[in-house]
Design a protein around this ligand. Structure first.
Ligand SMILES: Nc1ncnc2c1ncn2[C@@H]1O[C@H](COP(=O)(O)OP(=O)(O)O)[C@@H](O)[C@H]1O
Ligand SMILES: [Mg+2]
Length: 234
C-alpha cells in the first residue's frame, strides 16, 4: 500500500512511562475513506495512541505517519511544525472542549475565522449549514452550558467539520453521555461515515462499529492484537 493511500500508518510504536510500555510496538494502518474503530480495555493505551497521532505526545520508538506526513513532536519549536497537520486533522474529545464563552455558532465559526482566515459571512454561512447537519440549527445562539452533553458533542463535531478535515479522530465521543444523547451523536457519526469521511474512532459503542466501521482494531496492553472486518471480529 503506498503512503498516499494511507490516512494513518503506525508501525512498531513504543511509548514508555517510567518502566512501563504504554504502547508496546503498536502497528496499524487506516486507508483514506475508511472508518476505523479502535477498541480496548481501559488503560490499554487508546488515548495515548490518539495523542501520538495528533502530535500531542511523542512516541519513543517506531514510525508514525498521518496523511502521508511524519508527525512532528517533542521540541517546543515543533508546535509550529504541527500547524499544517492540525489544519488537516480534526479531533473530537470525550469531554467536548467547546469554548464556554462562545455560542454554538461562534464555536463552529472559530476555526474558519481564526485559522483559515475566512470572511465572517462565509464562516457563518457554513457554520449554520453544519449546525443544521448535526440537528442543531435551532440552538445556534446557545452557549455550551445551555446545551445537553449530546448537543455539546454535536457542536464539537460541527466545529471539527468546519475545518474540512481529511481525517477525524474521536476519543470515546459518547462515553460521557446518556443513551439518548449517545444515539444522537452516533447517528451523526454514521452519516459522516456514509458520506465518506475518513474517521478513526475510539469507542465502546459496538453497534456503531458493526454498522459503520470498515475495520476494527483491538488494542491490548499497548499492542494491536487483532485487525479486521467488524463482522469477523465481533
Ligand atoms: N500522563 C500520564 N502519566 C502517566 N501515566 C499515564 C498518563 N496518561 C496515561 N497514563 C497511563 O498509560 C496507560 C494508558 O493510558 P490511556 O492511553 O489513557 O489508556 P486508555 O485510553 O486505553 O484508557 C494507563 O495505564 C494510564 O494510567
Ligand atoms: Mg482513553
Amino acid at each position: 500500500m503506498s503512503g498516499a493511500e494511507l490516512a494513518i500508518d503506525v508501525r512498531g510504536l513504543v511509548k514508555r512511562r517510567g518502566e512501563r510500555r504504554v504502547l508496546d510496538r503498536a502497528s496499524l494502518q487506516v486507508r483514506r475513506g475508511e472508518v476505523a474503530v479502535l477498541i480496548g480495555a481501559s488503560g490499554s493505551g487508546k488515548s495515548t495512541l490518539l495523542r501520538c497521532l495528533n502530535g500531542l505526545e511523542c512516541a519513543d520508538e517506531g514510525e508514525l505517519r498521518v496523511l502521508g506526513e511524519r508527525v512532528p513532536c517533542g521540541v517546543p519549536a515543533d508546535a509550529h511544525a504541527l500547524v499544517p497537520l492540525r489544519r488537516r486533522v480534526g479531533m473530537v474529545f470525550q469531554q467536548f472542549h467547546l469554548f464556554a464563552h462562545l455560542s454554538a455558532l461562534d464555536n463552529v465559526m472559530s476555526g474558519p475565522l481564526w485559522v483559515r482566515g475566512e470572511s465572517r459571512e462565509a464562516a457563518r454561512e457554513q457554520a449554520l449549514l453544519l449546525l443544521e447537519r448535526v440537528g442543531l440549527a435551532a440552538r445556534a445562539q446557545a452557549r455550551p452550558r445551555e446545551l445537553s452533553g449530546g448537543e455539546q458533542q454535536r457542536v464539537a463535531i460541527a466545529r471539527a467539520l468546519a475545518m474540512r478535515p481529511e481525517l477525524l479522530l474521536f476519543d470515546e465521543p459518547t462515553s460521557a453521555l446518556d443513551p439518548k444523547s449517545s444515539a444522537d451523536v452516533l447517528a451523526v457519526m454514521e452519516e459522516l461515515a456514509r458520506d465518506g469521511q475518513t474517521m478513526f474512532v475510539v469507542t465502546h459503542a459496538m453497534e456503531f462499529a458493526r454498522r459503520a466501521a470498515t475495520t476494527l482494531h483491538v488494542l491490548e496492553q499497548g499492542r494491536v492484537v487483532a485487525s479486521g472486518a467488524p463482522a469477523t471480529l465481533l
